[in-house]
Design a protein. Structure first.
Length: 240
């Protein structure tokens, strides 16, 4: 006997664009992070080997920014949709798969959130595997709170490394009825390949300031700022 499932299972893939209006930079926009920082230096294991101090400073700076920003209307709208499911006002299920390492989805109230590229507010010990929550700066010589060895690194997925939670993500993609991308350039794999995986069984929607590079990949696109388009889409989904 199969378990009854909600009428609508939605997977939402978010990228840096959803946090732009909260004041966090994107990567590839004209004034984005990668216009000022070299990916090879701060976002690869090789770069970390070469200069762990440079890498720790880069992520310390981004972690410190989190204290000065708040979730925006787009984050809040997604949390509202999840709450509607919990309250029984909506016969659906939403899973947020985010490429973002900020904590704005959780601070907006979303619980079903998977960080496939890691989290800024976590470090990882390369000796004992501990992943302590971390709010302040850290330095390469900072000892791990569990094993006391100076082998901490950001708990972030760098280029050339395998993203986190892929089994859960793949299962959700296989079962979803609707797939929505918000504020992502769709240029980094494996996230950029999810659309091809779901197109045969799910309705697909892209929400972005710009039209997608290949509009034909999506059944529908909503072009505009996330803080305007996401609440609009959530209201539509709730039929209000
Ligand atoms: N509302 C909606 N979309 C926006 C907004 C906004 N206010 N501002 C920018 N965007 C869109 C841009 O048009 C662009 O398509 O957000 C996207 C940001 O793209 P990227 O900077 O490439 O960010 P992202 O897709 O999240 O990058 C993927 O690349 O560098 C790695 O690991 C990093 O997770 C990241 C991954």
């Amino acid at each position: 006997m199969t378990q009854p499932h909600p009428a609508e299972r939605i997977v939402v893939l978010t990228g840096a664009g959803i946090s732009r209006e909260s004041g966090l930079e994107t990567f590839r926009d004209a004034d984005g992070l990668w216009s000022r920082h070299d990916i090879n230096d701060v976002c690869t294991p090789e770069g970390f080997q070469r200069d762990p101090m440079l890498v720790s400073r880069f992520y310390n700076g981004r972690r410190a920014e989190l204290a000065h920003v708040e979730p925006n209307a787009a984050h809040r709208a997604l949390a509202y949709l999840e709450q509607a499911a919990r309250d029984g006002r909506w016969d659906g299920e939403i899973l947020i798969v985010t490429q973002n390492i900020d904590d704005l989805h959780e601070r907006a109230g979303s619980r079903n959130v998977v960080h496939m590229h890691g989290e800024l507010r976590r470090l990882r010990c390369m000796s004992c595997g501990a992943t302590p929550e971390w709010l302040d700066d850290y330095l390469p010589q900072t000892p791990c709170p569990a094993c006391h060895r100076p082998t901490l690194r950001p708990d972030i997925v760098w280029f050339g490394e395998i993203p986190m939670h892929m089994e859960r993500i793949q299962a959700a993609l296989a079962a979803c009825d609707r797939f929505v991308t918000i504020g992502t350039s769709g240029t980094v794999y494996p996230a950029a390949g999810f659309i091809a995986e779901v197109r045969d069984h799910a309705d697909t929607l892209d929400i972005n300031l710009e039209a997608p590079a290949i509009p034909a990949l999506f059944d529908r696109t909503l072009v505009g700022p996330a803080t305007r388009m996401v609440p609009q889409w959530v209201a539509e989904t709730l039929g209000s």
